[in-house]
Design a protein around this ligand. Structure first.
Ligand code: APR
Length: 231
């Protein structure tokens, strides 16, 4: 039986594909206060700004490509059962070929209605005020904003609890509940943490291995080690 690898990825995973992380030195996300563009209050007070912001992100994602890190994770599936739980709203894991990807914070290429039963639609173009669902209600990005429920959290926690090996990549572990997910892994599980500036250096109850490298370098290195040891 194949061993189970669970990957928890954050914004750093896609940084080498040209998508900016959230907590850069200036504390802004592409020039915006995060609460202004990623909260229900922000959407209520200036929906045009928020829709425009996500239109920019969507256009940027259409041009971005998976990096060597995304591709290496897809290659792991030859010898392991791999589940990816990502905080990222991009589709770069899927485009690299990973088959099991759970998007904890939603997906940029989907939109949903602002009214029950909140139907979700595939969406790759700009979204503007006046774009309505089939029942006639305004559509919004299918993104989990600050202060909103994280509907896939229980599923992500149960996937993580089955890991034989956990790989955490490119996340500051500042945003809850996502940051708490790794603690659902069984005590004693081997945890690899790949991040040029890892925010933790110890993890009681786990066997932590820090790889202080960028995702496009650190992930292929680890994957080739794991592929060798699986044979
Ligand atoms: N390779 C790997 N990691 C990198 C790279 C890189 N090339 N560049 C930066 N990093 C690391 C940083 O050192 C940092 O630890 O990526 C991490 C990015 O952290 P954040 O910007 O806080 O991103 P993340 O943890 O994914 O944020 C979580 O915050 O705004 C919300 O919902 C949004 O999902 C997001 C959540």
């Amino acid at each position: 039986m194949k061993k189970k690898i669970v990957v928890l990825s954050g914004a750093g995973m896609s940084a080498d594909s040209g998508l900016r992380t959230f907590r850069d030195a200036d504390g802004l996300w592409e020039g915006h206060d995060v609460m202004e563009v990623a909260s229900p209050q922000g959407f209520r007070s200036n929906p045009e700004l928020v829709l425009g912001f996500y239109n920019q992100r969507r256009r940027q994602l259409l041009k971005a490509q998976p990096n060597a890190g995304h591709k290496a994770l897809a290659a792991l599936e030859d010898f392991y059962e791999v589940h990816i739980v990502t905080q990222n709203v991009d589709d770069l894991h899927e485009r690299a070929g990973s088959s099991e990807v759970l998007h904890l914070h939603g997906e940029l290429f989907k939109v949903r209605s602002t009214a029950p039963p909140y139907p979700v639609y595939e969406w790759k173009k700009d979204l503007v005020l006046g774009n309505l669902c089939a029942q006639g209600h305004q559509l919004r990005p299918h993104i989990v904003w600050f202060g909103e429920e994280v509907p896939l959290l229980p599923e992500a926690a149960s996937i993580t609890s089955l890991a034989d090996i956990l790989i955490v990549i490119g996340t500051s572990l500042q945003v809850y509940p996502a940051a708490s997910l790794l603690y659902y892994a069984r005590h004693g599980t081997t945890v690899y943490f790949i991040d040029p500036k890892p925010t933790i250096d110890q993890l009681p109850n786990y066997e932590l291995h820090l790889i202080a490298k960028k995702a496009s370098e650190g992930v292929p290195l680890l994957v080739s080690e794991l592929l060798t040891s699986s044979q």
